[in-house]
Design a protein around this ligand. Structure first.
Ligand SMILES: [Zn+2]
Length: 49
């Protein structure tokens, strides 16, 4: 079963991306470097519930 997660910029809090992650990865909080148009740079994006 897959779960939908939202990735939010750790710098400004904007929710820029959504992702589907496998339940096997549940428990680990994702942290992915992605481009934030609000910050206009690449920042760490964290999974939100
Ligand atoms: Zn940002």
């Amino acid at each position: 079963m897959r779960k939908k997660s939202v990735l939010a910029c750790s710098a400004c809090g904007s929710r820029n991306y959504s992702t589907m992650k496998n339940s096997s990865a549940a428990g680990d909080r994702l942290e992915i470097k992605k481009f934030c148009k609000t910050c206009n740079s690449h920042t760490a994006h964290l999974e939100t519930k």
